[in-house]
Write a protein that binds this ligand. Structure first.
Ligand code: FAD
Length: 494
């Protein structure tokens, strides 16, 4: 086994002294995630990789070295939620220098970006060609595309177009032994046609890397399907429902998704607006007192005829189910607001920052914790009721804990549910309440067959994996085949 000094020496030879650090301050800074303080694991050494303008990089050399000496290695993207914490120490591989947008193809509607390119920069590059990625999250410039494939990234637009992984048509991956494999459209890259579709004449392997948490290979390139898009094609609406109308909400969602009428539905509850209303940021009088559920809805329409048709169908479904249209939320919490700031005229749903929807809440309620999981729309009522009961039992159903829901509705007729609780991270009693509630959510969710996004063994425990039966056994065998020394994010998947 090599000593840390020997490891540092060899890594310095590969990337240069400027890109290797064992400084404790650097290690602590790289540990900061959205999961505030929940992950304490530190790497032994941080290595940054940068590609040059020709796209050359040294990821294969680093992996070959780590593999030869059985050193754990974890890819690190942006701000993160904790799943790139190096549970067994070793190397933390900072991917942010692999940030080039290699190609935008306006004829065939695809973009190729390096694994460390921010999703934000991909959106920006596409816009300049009148294109868009029909999935944008609330992370601003904080997260990178390789990570979003690996952790199951989602965003606005998924009601019509699905996960970010659903837009991936090609991947280039560096395996543990340093070999490079090109999959899907990128397997065609060296040909005269170039990349053009996900399916090539071998079985599809792209999905192996989705939800893999960097434990099967390091994604060096991603090829994504884009669509034509203009800001003026996106139209915002908000319908509210009372607390006793959750079954109606469910029915409206099912009809809207099945009918392929809307581009996005975002499901929130009144807790999200409680503090903004108290602060006077939102006009309380413009929001019905009994409005409990808020369905922020976006229609995507190229021209007036298409808009009129979709609007008519959407309105008729919401009205039939007893929904009430509320303009105040459209103006204050949807796409119009960022336009006032000249953000290229595009919706930009920051959760933090001066206009972020979380900011007013954080001012009153502290730090937030969030669960992240998927279940069928038809179980929304049952799941919401269970969550409310759990929060009440744990003393969290109050403005001080702002126990809101903030969820995406997906084209798979599912809800990508985010249950929030705000808490005081310096108060042990509050932490105990939070943990108790999280345990209850895991219990009722796992039993019913929930699908976790950004899962790892360390965050979710073994049950969600074991319940997949021999499918999980297969994944472990594939991991063994691709990474026999278990160097890639060990402990995340197996
Ligand atoms: C303000 C904010 C808002 C957010 N909003 C959303 C949202 O709307 N939708 C959403 O989906 N998420 C959202 N997130 C969560 C975000 O998706 C996670 O933080 C996620 O972990 C993003 O990845 P990252 O770039 O931060 O990288 P990391 O957390 O460092 O990486 C995530 C995983 O991918 C692996 N990985 C990283 N790069 C590679 C690579 N090149 N090859 C292989 N594996 C790799 C890592 O090892 C890790 O397991 C938000 C986060 C923030 C900070």
């Amino acid at each position: 086994m090599l000593s840390l000094d020997q490891i540092v020496e060899r890594l310095t030879e590969i990337v240069g002294a400027r890109f290797v650090s064992t400084n404790p301050i650097d290690k602590i800074n790289y540990q900061h995630t959205l999961a505030y303080g929940a992950y304490k694991a530190l790497p032994d050494v941080i290595v940054r990789v940068e590609s040059d303008h020709e796209g050359r990089h040294v990821v294969p050399e680093i992996l070959r070295f780590a593999n030869e000496h059985k050193i754990p290695i974890v890819a690190k993207g942006g701000v993160g939620m904790g799943i790139s914490s190096p549970l067994r120490g070793g190397i933390l591989l900072d991917m942010l220098g692999m940030d080039k947008i290699i190609e935008v193809n306006p004829t065939l509607h695809y973009a190729i970006a390096e694994g460390g390119a921010s999703v934000y920069s991909i959106h920006y590059a596409l816009r300049r060609h009148g294109l868009m990625l029909p999935n944008y999250g609330t992370y601003g410039s904080a997260v990178v595309i390789g990570a979003m494939v690996s952790k199951g990234g989602i965003g606005y637009g998924m009601t019509r177009y699905g996960w970010i992984a659903d837009l991936v048509i090609g991947l280039e991956v560096v395996l543990a032994d340093g070999s490079i494999v090109r999959l899907g459209a990128l397997a065609n890259q060296e040909t005269e046609f170039g990349p053009f579709q996900k399916w090539v004449h071998i079985p599809d392997l792209l999905g192996l890397f989705t939800l893999s948490a960097g434990s099967l290979g390091i994604i060096s390139k991603v090829c994504l399907r884009a669509i034509e898009g203009r800001r003026e094609w996106l139209h915002d609406y908000c319908y509210t429902f009372r607390r006793d109308q959750l079954e109606n909400v469910q029915r409206a969602m099912l009809q809207l998704v099945k009918g392929e009428i809307v581009y996005d539905i975002h499901f929130t509850d009144r807790w999200q607006y409680y503090w903004p209303m108290e602060e006077g940021l939102y006009n309380k009088a413009a929001i019905p007192d009994d409005a409990w559920f808020f369905l922020k809805t976006i229609i995507w329409a190229r021209e007036q005829d298409e808009l009129s048709y979709k609007e008519k169908r959407m309105r008729s479904i919401y009205q039939q189910q007893g929904g009430h249209e509320v303009e105040e939320i459209v103006q204050k919490a949807m796409g119009e607001k960022p336009q006032q700031h000249g953000l290229h005229g595009w919706p930009d749903y920051h959760i933090m920052g001066p206009d972020g929807w979380c900011s007013a809440i954080v001012r009153h309620a502290g730090m937030f914790a969030v669960t992240s999981k998927m279940y069928p729309i038809s179980f929304l009522k049952e799941m919401y009721d269970l969550d409310e009961a759990a929060k009440r039992e744990c003393g969290l159903w109050n403005p001080e804990h702002s126990p809101q829901h903030d969820s995406y509705v997906t084209r798979d007729l599912a809800v990508k549910e985010e249950y929030f609780v705000f808490y005081n991270p310096y108060d042990d009693d509050d932490l105990a309440r939070l943990r108790r509630w999280m345990g209850k959510v895991q219990e009722f969710s796992n039993r019913r067959g929930v699908v976790w996004t950004a899962p790892t063994l360390s965050t979710k425990g073994s049950y969600p994996y074991e319940r997949l039966g021999n499918a999980y056994d297969w994944v472990k065998q594939i991991k063994q085949l691709l990474d026999p020394n278990n160097i890639l994010n060990p402990g995340a998947l197996s």
